[in-house]
Design a binder for this molecule. Structure first.
Ligand code: GUN
Length: 311
């Protein structure tokens, strides 16, 4: 089997951001509404600071009103909850994202549950989880990484995934379970494999679509993959890279990319696959939330069909 097609997440995310930016221009011209994204960061975790800064930059690029609330690491839970109440009540804010992890003294569940579900652009609130699980995605805000993973599968396979066998490796609440629900909604036959699955290689071998989201570096091997399958790698793992010099590291996914790319039909790289889609989907959710909160009507629905492989 020749090398597989590389699904270029960076390029597809850039197209998605262009589409959101164009739609935002039209929305603002026609209605005066500017989607607003508010990102809350508590503490000084360097990785979180980078993520939050990138989210703000991308929101600016989309033509949104973007604001960042940076709170001291010792901020009390009550003060954070009070900020969220203010953002819930602010009509210029359509998307609220509280960057995780939060400091240990703050109850993450309590914070996430206070966010207005209509502004929950992470899709973590139980109302959004419930809407997704009952197939009401037209009313839900769907978690960004799972939604981005589906778009990448469609970029390789076309918009109709009906009848395909999909195996998700990993059963987390933030990726594995929502991806399973989304693929079920696309009429796939869905299996979730996990650490207790017996004969996991055989289970994954039945898949036309494999989504790897376990958080274990290069766990999915070439002999787990049916020739021609589409492989979506959600993992981001930092591993030692002595070949680059002493103390150096590199990023790898949950899929053994070099060997699997000899067998798969299409595969996402790490970095440059799912990662860029997550932030682009956050922008899509903010645009969608703004449209719903102002009841703007169908002419402002985001059309993503240009991102799918023609079939
Ligand atoms: N921290 C790392 N990834 C995420 C994410 O997708 N959402 C939030 N809120 N925090 C994160």
């Amino acid at each position: 089997m020749p090398d597989s097609r590389i699904i270029n997440g960076k390029e597809i995310a850039a197209k998605l951001v262009d589409a959101i930016s164009a739609a935002t221009g039209k929305l603002t011209d026609a209605t005066g509404i500017t989607p607003g994204l508010s990102v809350v960061l508590v503490g000084e975790d360097p990785a979180s600071q980078v993520y939050v800064r990138n989210k703000g930059k991308m929101a600016d690029k989309c033509g949104f009103k973007s604001e960042q609330h940076t709170l001291d690491k010792d901020t009390s839970e009550a003060d954070l909850l009070s900020l969220i109440e203010d953002l819930n009540a602010d009509p210029t804010v359509h998307g609220i994202l509280v960057q995780l992890p939060l400091p240990d003294h703050i109850d993450e569940t309590k914070v996430l549950r206070l966010i207005d579900p209509a502004k929950d652009v992470d899709g973590f609130h139980p109302v959004n989880v419930g809407l997704l699980h009952s197939g009401q995605t037209d009313q839900a805000l769907v978690p960004c990484t799972p939604a981005g993973s589906i778009l990448l599968a469609k970029a390789a396979l076309g918009k109709d995934l009906s009848g395909l066998n999909a195996v998700i490796v990993g059963r987390s609440n933030i990726v594995g379970k929502p991806v399973a629900q989304l693929l079920l909604q696309e009429n796939c036959t869905v299996t979730i494999a996990h650490s207790r699955t017996r004969n996991i290689a055989d289970v994954v071998c039945a898949a036309d679509i494999v989504v790897a989201a376990v958080g274990r570096a290069e766990m999915v091997k070439a002999d787990w993959i049916k020739p021609g399958a589409t492989v979506i790698d959600v993992g981001i793992n930092r591993v030692d890279a002595p070949e680059k010099g002493p103390g150096k590291t590199r990023l790898v996914g949950d899929v053994a990319y070099t060997e699997v790319s000899q067998t798969a039909g299409a595969i996402t790289p790490v970095p440059g696959g799912v990662g860029p889609m997550t932030i682009a989907m956050l922008m899509a959710n903010t645009y969608v939330a703004a449209g719903r909160l102002h009841d703007v009507g169908t002419e402002h629905v985001l059309d993503l069909s240009a991102l799918h492989q023609d079939t």
